[in-house]
Design a protein around this ligand. Structure first.
Ligand code: FEO
Length: 395
């Protein structure tokens, strides 16, 4: 059986993008990304989702390799974000009789993005489409992570086409299912994808998980990254924990520093945490770090220690930007401690404490605040902060 045959009659026709440097023009792609699309082949044929339009000719090639000159009867649109939908217009030129299947919100977007309002089939929760030999049903999972998102279920094959849900950054280097490739390459990229793209929508993800678990799928065909089979329990568990914003024991020290003085506080706190027995510590200089990597770690660990210098009577901009990104993802709870510095009038620590109140994060201890340069005077406050944090981590 070819690696592209996910199940009998279910074929992978997606593509890899190793050229785009920023997903959504925001998030780095050091390992590329895949845009996954699938054919479900019965007496009639359905294509589930398309690919980013720059890769439309590769999609066409992949389809022809699987079905030759047979026509595609239906395009199922699980998700309308253009990385999956922007080949719709070209696909319609290739297959003029294709019927576009989506829910009411999907079809409104198909009109809005592509000016298509004929040849469509509107479906509602639980509706079915009989391909002859395979029956598909449709289940809405709104706000995972757009309002129109739905999943498509093929009961005969216990296969669920999930849209972005359970997706990862990272191209597919040959293998497609988690048995054909090394899944360990994708766990961090799944966390990073979730934190960057889906992280705001924990509540809707929890509702979607309930629907997915009720179906008891044996194959999860996402729109990005590997097809999940063997690793489904781990995938569902990871999504469950991320969507409950549950951090595992560990500390993220995220700081900004203009001339290295605040950085010395960060380094000292990290060392004191290690002295106190904390083993999971990640330190990010926010002027240099990849924001999606920092967000990944914010979602992963239960403690945030954030610091920065005072800048224009406020907080150093890279630190404020991180906290805004966290606030927009509604991360509801983390152990928190602040540190900061100023040259003549302090504001950074006050701003950090205001962010913590806004986020409803509990400050575990008093902040460490430093005037001008780093000296041995700061060592005791850093040690005390680390001691209090170490006591809290893991509780
Ligand atoms: Fe992969 Fe939300 O698009």
């Amino acid at each position: 059986m070819s690696v592209t045959e996910i199940r009998p009659g279910i074929r992978y026709v997606g593509v890899n993008d190793r050229t785009t440097t920023r997903f959504e023009a925001l998030w780095s792609l050091p390992n590329g990304v895949s845009y996954n699309a699938y054919l479900v082949i019965g007496e009639r044929i359905a294509l589930i989702d398309t690919v980013e339009e720059g890769f439309g000719s590769r999609l066409e090639h992949n389809i022809r390799c699987q079905i030759g000159d047979r026509k595609i009867d239906y395009l199922i649109v699980n998700h309308m974000e253009p990385d999956h939908s922007s080949s719709i217009t070209a696909l319609r030129r290739l297959y003029p009789d294709i019927r576009i299947v989506g829910n009411a919100r999907t079809l409104e977007m198909v009109r809005g993005f592509y000016g298509i309002d004929a040849g469509t089939i509107e479906v509602k929760e639980g509706d079915t489409l009989d391909l002859g030999g395979k029956i598909l049903s449709f289940h809405l999972i709104p706000m995972v992570h757009w309002p129109e998102t739905m999943v498509t279920w093929c009961a005969q094959d216990k296969t669920l086409f999930t849209g972005d849900a359970f997706g990862t950054f990272g191209a597919l280097d040959g293998g497609i299912t988690d048995s054909q490739t090394d899944p360990d390459r994708y766990w961090d990229e799944m966390r990073r994808y979730y934190a960057a793209i889906v992280g705001k929508y924990g509540g809707p993800v929890q509702k979607a998980l309930a629907k997915v678990r009720a179906l008891a799928p044996e194959t999860l065909c996402t729109t990005h990254g590997p097809v999940w089979q063997r690793e489904i329990p781990r995938v569902l568990d990871l999504y469950d924990r991320m969507s409950r914003y549950e951090g595992e024991p560990g500390a993220v020290i995220a700081y900004g520093s203009m001339y290295g003085n605040t950085e010395q506080l960060a380094e000292r706190i990290a060392r004191e945490l290690a002295e106190a027995g904390v083993r999971q510590i990640v330190v990010h200089n926010l002027s240099a770090a990849d924001p999606s990597v920092v967000l990944r770690d914010v979602f992963r660990y239960n403690t945030m220690i954030v610091g920065g210098p005072t800048y224009n009577g406020g907080l150093f901009p890279p630190v404020a930007q991180l906290l805004e990104m966290i606030a927009s993802r509604c991360v509801p709870q983390r152990n928190f401690a602040a540190f900061g510095s100023f040259s003549w009038a302090g504001a950074a620590v006050r701003c950090l404490e205001e962010y913590a109140r806004r986020l409803k994060w509990e400050a575990v201890c008093d902040p460490v605040e430093m005037k001008q340069g780093f000296s041995e005077e700061q060592c005791d406050p850093c040690r005390e902060l680390a001691r209090r944090i170490a006591e809290r981590i893991g509780r």
